[in-house]
Ligand binder design. Structure first.
Ligand code: HEM
Length: 453
């Protein structure tokens, strides 16, 4: 990815700082993305490992203790940690700035880890007071993250679509965290009126559409042209798509909280995301570079997005509280979080994670390596097939109400997810250890014979 590979004041080698204190701080900041990605792959492994066991609960009813815990292992532990890690490197590079409050970033990481572990444990044991305390810790972490990100993004709002999209996404994350905290407090103090399920849906859509989907759209508008086209050319429709998505997500969340009609806004979001899929498809059609596993995961993610839109429209029509609504809700969540979002993160990680690791090594003064030395591309077809094939079986099993196929699908998906997590952990380990070039140890290897993606 052209924009990410340039050294910058955060993760890349860049100019060496003068004082020892500045050197230590430079190294801490360069390691931050790695420190988010390590828990992210651990959470992914825990989540896919637990999935075959928790799937029976989800089939009974999606709103219960173990499902809430597993949802947040994926959404906070895996997805949000991976996105924060990338943003600590990417946002200062994109906005040509530096982190304004670097000392807060380490505190943010510590609060984030404590918040995730506390929330998942609180959900799993059904202890709402503990969940609310952990949610407050998580919200504090999100506030610190927003301070650093918005300090870079706000002065750069006039520069481009990606900057505006990412700033909106951070604001949506703040809103989702605050509403999540209020939902947890509501169980003890009765703060909210309305229905538990529509309040919950408001939080879930603020987070999944406002934070996660907005970030993915903004980042993919920046990265896909860089991966696929000789120049970074952004289609003009991209800005409209992000702006109207933001308006529709606010309107949908407010309608859900107020218990009012949501059909118009759900329809507007579906159309908006169809426009996104069309923009991405037109970039892929006009590509001048070969299709690799990054692009294959992005295409699979786009197909799952279409499936999630169809399931979301069905859910809006049938409602989430009956037996059929419960089946659709399970398949909708799986298609959205594991199909659409996770495919994009896995695919982009093949390009981004080696860059994060090499940047951290350079700042730490470790011997230089190439992306080939720290990537293991051979199992990628297996990861792709197991993840997407397993997920298709899981979603079909959830829809049909069949526990056996859903469990087999979850197990196949877990095999793909565990393989991916192990390979990514191996790549990340190079940020922390000395290692010689593989190519130097193997005289028969020809440098440049495999692309990172
Ligand atoms: C940022 C901090 C977050 C906090 C404090 C938080 C808190 C909560 C709480 C307390 C609930 C239960 C609400 C209730 O029972 O009324 C919940 C449910 C839920 N949250 Fe979050 N959450 C956060 C982030 C996220 C993210 C990032 C996503 C998605 C990308 C997400 C998706 C969901 C979903 C789908 C449910 C419903 C799960 C189910 O019914 O099984 N949350 N959250």
């Amino acid at each position: 990815m052209a924009a990410m590979s340039k050294p910058n004041g955060v993760g890349g080698p860049g100019p060496q700082p003068a004082s020892p204190h500045a050197t230590i701080q430079h190294l801490r900041i360069a390691r931050l993305p790695i420190q988010f990605w390590i828990p992210a792959v651990v959470a992914l492994a825990v989540g896919v490992g637990a999935l075959p066991w928790v799937i029976g609960d989800a089939q009974d009813f999606f709103y219960q203790a173990h499902v809430l815990a597993l949802v947040h292992v994926f959404t906070l532990g895996w997805i949000t940690a991976a996105m924060m890690g990338v943003m600590y490197r990417y946002v200062p590079a994109l906005t040509k700035g530096r982190l304004r409050f670097p000392a807060l970033a380490g505190v943010q990481l510590a609060l984030f880890l404590a918040g995730v572990v506390g929330m998942v444990t609180g959900f799993a044991i059904g202890h709402w007071a503990a969940t609310a305390i952990a949610a407050a810790v998580m919200t504090a972490s999100v506030v610190l993250f927003a301070m650093n990100m918005l300090a870079c993004l706000v002065p750069a709002l006039g520069r481009g679509v990606a900057e505006r999209g990412l700033a909106l996404a951070v604001v949506f994350l703040l809103a989702a965290a605050v509403l999540g905290l209020v939902l947890a407090l509501d169980k003890s103090f009765g703060l909210l009126g309305g229905s538990v399920l529509t309040n919950l849906a408001s939080h879930a859509h603020l987070a999944a559409l406002g934070w996660v989907t907005m970030t993915i759209c903004a980042v993919s508008y920046r990265m896909l042209p860089a991966f696929l086209l000789p120049q970074t050319v952004l289609p003009p429709a991209a800005g409209w798509q992000l702006g109207t998505l933001a308006v529709a997500v606010v309107a949908l969340s407010v309608s859900l909280l107020g218990g009012g009609g949501t059909g118009v806004w759900a329809g507007a979001i579906a159309l908006n995301l169809l426009a996104y899929a069309w923009i991405v498809a037109s970039m892929v059609r006009s590509r001048q570079m070969p299709i690799d596993w990054t692009v294959r995961h992005a295409l699979a993610g786009a197909c799952w997005l279409l499936a999630a839109l169809a399931l979301g429209a069905t859910l809006a029509a049938v409602g989430g509280d009956g037996e059929w609504g419960n089946r659709v809700a399970g398949a909708y969540g799986a298609a959205g979080l594991l199909g659409w979002v996770s495919n994009l993160i896995v695919g982009m990680s093949y390009r981004l994670v080696p860059g994060l690791v090499l940047g951290a090594r350079a700042v730490a003064g470790l011997p230089p390596l190439s992306p080939l030395d720290i990537s293991c591309p051979r199992p990628r077809p297996l990861v792709f097939a197991a993840w997407n094939g397993g997920l298709a079986l899981l979603a079909a099993g959830l829809l049909a109400g069949g526990l056996a196929p859903a469990r087999v699908g979850a197990s196949v998906l877990a095999a793909g997810g565990l393989t991916y997590a192990a390979l990514t952990a191996w790549t990340l380990s190079f940020a922390l250890r000395r290692a010689a070039r593989r190519s130097a140890r193997n005289p028969l290897r020809v440098l440049g014979d495999e692309a990172p993606g």
